[in-house]
Write a protein that binds this ligand. Structure first.
Ligand SMILES: Nc1ncnc2c1ncn2[C@@H]1O[C@H](COP(=O)(O)OP(=O)(O)O)[C@@H](O)[C@H]1O
Ligand SMILES: [Mg+2]
Length: 273
């Protein structure tokens, strides 16, 4: 059975000014995974996300939703956006209502839900993202980190099958960064896929089931966190570093059964002392 939600075949994307932001990308996003997209500034992460949500159209190549080729009719785009929800890198392009509460309920209101269901999903996502104290404020008065949390609350309330988050922790303080990753960990299950981009190799390494490395518009690595971050040559050419947990473990033990978190590192180190 094909479990791919969306996939690209040989996709290239060129902006109107001639910048080729994505080059010959073939990629399948499978159901039920936590996937981190990493790559330095300008690698093409945000562009890739805009294509996955149908905001941009490939210049070349093909895009499939659940195995069916998209021809970009209005009906197909609508179906695509119900399955694939996105939180933009810049929350200002997402928030436009007069209050936080209205913003969060905007998405669910457009789904076929009853009044009670809308209220329930909105309240739940407000409580998860700890945005209750913000709910009556106009979004444009919030700090960047607060706006980001509100934008994320909005997508959680809609519960799309594929949740895409462009740098969800950028601008968040360490408390909310960690909290956000925990929420995203809890939201993911067999039916829900989460795809996020981040600059933090540490966060990607600990959180993801699968890592995709983009460099200059091309996928240069794609695999499990350990397999990807073992490839030091690729990290170097992509201007990335190894996660600190891996680096410390390698330095102290010269072993390759890498721990995935600080806690696992401590357990492993104390067992070989
Ligand atoms: N609207 C645009 N017009 C022209 N070039 C763009 C536009 N948006 C992004 N780019 C270019 O496309 C490339 C990829 O950008 P982007 O997808 O934003 O990368 P990332 O999100 O990884 O930082 C960069 O070279 C960037 O300058
Ligand atoms: Mg970006």
């Amino acid at each position: 059975m094909n479990k791919s939600i969306v996939s690209f075949k040989n996709v290239t994307y060129q902006y109107p000014d001639g910048t080729t932001a994505l080059k010959n990308i073939s990629l399948s996003i499978q159901k039920g995974k936590k996937i981190a997209l990493i790559g330095n500034n300008g690698a093409g992460k945000s562009t890739l996300f805009l294509l996955l949500n149908g905001i941009l159209k490939p210049s070349e190549g093909e895009f499939f939703l659940q195995g069916k080729k998209i021809t970009y009719t209005r009906k197909e785009i609508k179906a695509l956006r119900q399955k694939v929800g996105i939180v933009f890198q810049n929350p200002d392009s997402q928030l436009f209502s007069t209050s936080v509460y209205e913003d969060i309920q905007f998405g669910p209101k457009n789904l076929k839900l009853t009044k009670e269901e809308i209220q329930e999903t909105v309240e739940k996502s407000i409580s998860l993202t700890e945005t209750d104290t913000l709910k009556d404020k106009p979004p444009h008065f919030l700090s960047l980190g607060q706006k980001k949390r509100v934008a994320i609350a909005g997508i959680i309330a809609m519960g799309p099958e594929l949740m895409i988050l462009d740098e969800p922790t950028a601008g968040l303080d360490p408390y909310y960064s960690k909290k956000m990753m925990m929420i995203l960990h809890e939201l993911q299950d067999e039916d829900r896929t989460i795809l996020l981009s981040t600059h933090s190799v540490d966060l990607a390494y600990e959180w993801a089931d699968e890592i995709i490395v983009l460099h200059n518009g091309r996928i240069v690595a794609h695999g499990s966190p350990v397999d990807v971050f073992k490839q030091k040559d690729i990290l170097q050419t992509s201007h990335l570093t190894q996660p600190w947990v891996m680096e410390v473990y390698e330095h102290l033990t010269s072993r390759s059964d890498y721990p995935r978190s600080k806690e696992e590192l401590f357990v492993k180190l104390s067992s070989i002392k």
